[in-house]
Design a protein around this ligand. Structure first.
Ligand code: TYM
Length: 326
């Protein structure tokens, strides 16, 4: 199967991004043709600092590799370096109804959040994402729950293109983990964990052990003291139980049993230990990669060349089918 996914070079990659997306990438890369990108063009739709953008991109590449993405197995590159993404996005814009874009949840949320900067890029964001996916004729798109609507929109555009211009694109499916597709904020468990929020609300992949412990101990939990999974009544504890269960590879019921008769404090201390141990190799690998700048840039160069060849082939077919000169 051809797999495509990406992360924006904004904020710090956190365990929500890892559990929703990257963890799937790592298992998928073993048996599939995987294309993983750093989607810098998407990041321009929200306020950002152009002086630090390149730094943020390198940081994300290092995070991918430190978390286990293997540049020998997967193609890793920077979206804006393959110009076919913007070309296909424009062409798809011409078959995309504006009404569909206006009903996207992320557009509605972001246009509230960035009231002073509701740019056309924010509205057209899902079309660029569809281009990212269709350019490589992907069949599977490993993402968290918040991106499922965009993948659905990609399917709609693929169908529309195929019926108008002849079969060209597969209809890609979102691939979501059974658990962990929506990890919630540590400070407000009714909201999803987000890179653009206060760092106290998330655990970054490279947080220091003492910070991980502090954040987990201070995380918002619910009234009562029983460690029981119940998303409506105990959203805070249920979120922590989800994280614990995935990282330990244990069912939630076994963890509830383990902490029966104990309080939130004991549970949080144990969770902090689990998270610290799980992320320890990531920190080590990050440190090593930070000192290997040439190797890191080489990964992106090689990835770009491979992605470009695939993208050019698709664009030639698309241009011909749409009646443009090729
Ligand atoms: P981004 O950068 O917001 O998030 C990257 C990935 O992390 C997932 N994610 C989460 N999963 C579980 N719990 C959370 N709290 C959580 N927060 C984020 C996201 O679902 C995503 O998979 N539009 C995309 C990037 C993109 C893309 C693509 C993805 C652009 N082109 C093509 C796939 C294919 C985004 O903004 O992700």
């Amino acid at each position: 199967m051809r797999i495509v996914s990406g992360i924006q070079p904004t904020g710090n990659i956190h365990i929500g991004n890892y559990l929703g997306a990257i963890k799937q990438w790592i298992s998928l890369q073993e048996k599939n043709e995987c294309v993983f990108m750093i989607v810098d063009l998407h990041a321009l739709t929200a306020p950002y600092d152009q002086k630090t953008l390149q730094e943020k991109i390198t940081e994300k590449l290092i995070a991918y590799v430190a978390a286990g993405v293997d540049p020998e197995k997967a193609i890793i590159f920077v979206q804006s370096e393959v110009k076919e993404h913007t070309e296909l996005a424009w062409l798809l814009n011409t078959i995309c109804p504006v009404g569909e874009l206006e009903r996207m949840t992320q557009y509605k949320d972001k246009s509230k959040k960035f009231k002073d900067n509701v740019n056309a890029g924010l509205l057209n964001y899902p079309v660029l994402m569809a281009a990212d996916i269709l350019l490589y004729k992907a069949e599977g798109v490993p993402v968290g729950k918040d991106q499922a609507q965009h993948v659905e929109m990609t399917r709609t555009l693929a169908k529309k293109f195929n019926s108008k211009f002849g079969k060209t694109f597969p209809e890609p499916k979102e691939l979501m983990p059974e658990f962990g597709s929506k990890i919630m904020s540590l400070t407000d468990p009714k909201k999803k964990m987000s890179k653009s929020d206060d760092p106290k609300s998330y655990i970054s992949l490279f947080d220091l052990p003492e910070d991980i412990e502090k954040k987990i101990m201070a995380s918002e939990t619910d009234s009562g003291k029983a460690v029981i999974f119940n998303v409506t009544k105990k959203p805070g504890i249920s979120n922590l139980l989800t994280i614990y269960s995935i990282l330990e590879g244990k069912p939630i019921s076994a963890i509830e049993k383990q902490f029966k008769g104990k309080g939130y404090g004991d549970f949080k201390k144990s969770l902090a230990k689990t998270v610290i141990n799980y992320l320890e190799p990531f920190r080590r690998k990050q440190k090593e990669l930070l000192s290997r700048e040439v190797y890191v840039q080489e990964i992106l160069k090689k990835g770009k060349a491979r992605a470009k060849t695939m993208a050019e082939t698709t664009m030639q077919e698309v241009r011909e089918k749409m009646g443009l000169s090729s």
